[in-house]
Ligand binder design. Sequence first.
Ligand code: NAD
Ligand code: UD1
Length: 337
Amino acid sequence: MNILVAGGAGYIGSHTCLVLLEAGHQVIVADNLINSKMEAVRRVEQLTGKNIKFYLADVTDEKAMEQLFSENKIDGIIHFAGLKAVGESVEQPLKYYHNNVVSTMVLAKMMERYGVKKFVFSSSATVYGDNEIPFVETMQLLPTTNPYGQTKVMSEQILTDLAAVHEDWAVTLLRYFNPIGAHPSGRIGEDPQGIPNNLMPYISQVAAGQREYLRVWGDDYPTIDGTGVRDYIHVMDLAEGHVKALESMDEQKGLAVYNLGTGRGTSVLELVKAFETVNKIKIPYQVKERRAGDIAEFYADAGKAARCLGWKTTRTIEDMCRDTWNWQSQNPRGYEE
Ligand code: NAD
Ligand code: UD1
């Protein structure tokens, strides 16, 4: 299939492009490089020995998308092109609503105009809010506390309404848990700009000596050791989930919602310990106050994706820690030379 990967230069997008190319699909990337580097696309081409057709374009720009769709016959779209910094979304809500919701609407318009019938959307476990665990797809969603989360809820709603009227469309909402890790080659990985907010990029910068110590946000949660528990998923497992979702769409029409997680929770201190053991590097840390807006513990019920897509994760927490460090140590300044 000819797949448009919107946001394909980013962290999850670049790994998904690689898996798509290896599975024999053709890949067209549209990315404005607001949070990524062209070098990621080049490295995916090097790793696979295949070409990617690249458009330096903003997905909210309808004219630019018109040009792309008129020049290419697109069979399916994966929409990764979102902004994802939760704190920034609280300070600049309009930027987030515009980028993340308008991009979804523009891509949906192109589907109507150009007869594209397959759409995969990057959603997030954040749409569940502070729900009972494990999170199951059938749950009533609870309010999310920030504009970033709202943009995911809104995009899900827009796509749900569209799937209801376009009976020949297949629309899949993928709710990711916490992606970490990198391609085992160490050539592509997560390249955060500035000080990372998320746990694993922070740990790997401490390991690299770029930050003095990890701040553990709270050790008084009702969890195994008092620290926050999350469902960490290897980015390669996540990428494979997207390809499975796309490839299932010939049989499955209408709306489908899947959790992409492992179904297992890991605490902050368990992740630190695993990283130290696998990579033989000490990670100094200090316990601090809880971070505002954090939930104590969540992980996926991963049963539906296994039943319906035949997809489940195969990589362990140790694989995630090893591959993260392999990427970080080979590329201490990310994609910058
Ligand atoms: P990322 O920032 O690495 O990738 C997003 C890519 O989209 C970047 O290359 C960026 O330049 C591009 N982009 C953003 N807005 C664009 C626009 N208007 N036009 C063109 N390109 C644009 O982030 P990621 O971690 O790869 O996340 C991909 C998607 O998955 C996002 O929608 C994110 O919200 C969602 N998601 C991520 C996580 C996570 O923890 N990484 C968890 C749940 C959901
Ligand atoms: C965060 C976002 C969430 C987003 C997700 C994936 C917030 C409040 N939530 O979730 O909306 O979907 O990233 O991008 O930002 N931790 C530390 N020290 C650190 C960093 C994190 O102790 O320096 C802890 C956190 O308290 C948490 C765990 O590590 O318990 C994981 O944190 P993080 O990687 O930020 O992911 P989420 O909190 O799940």
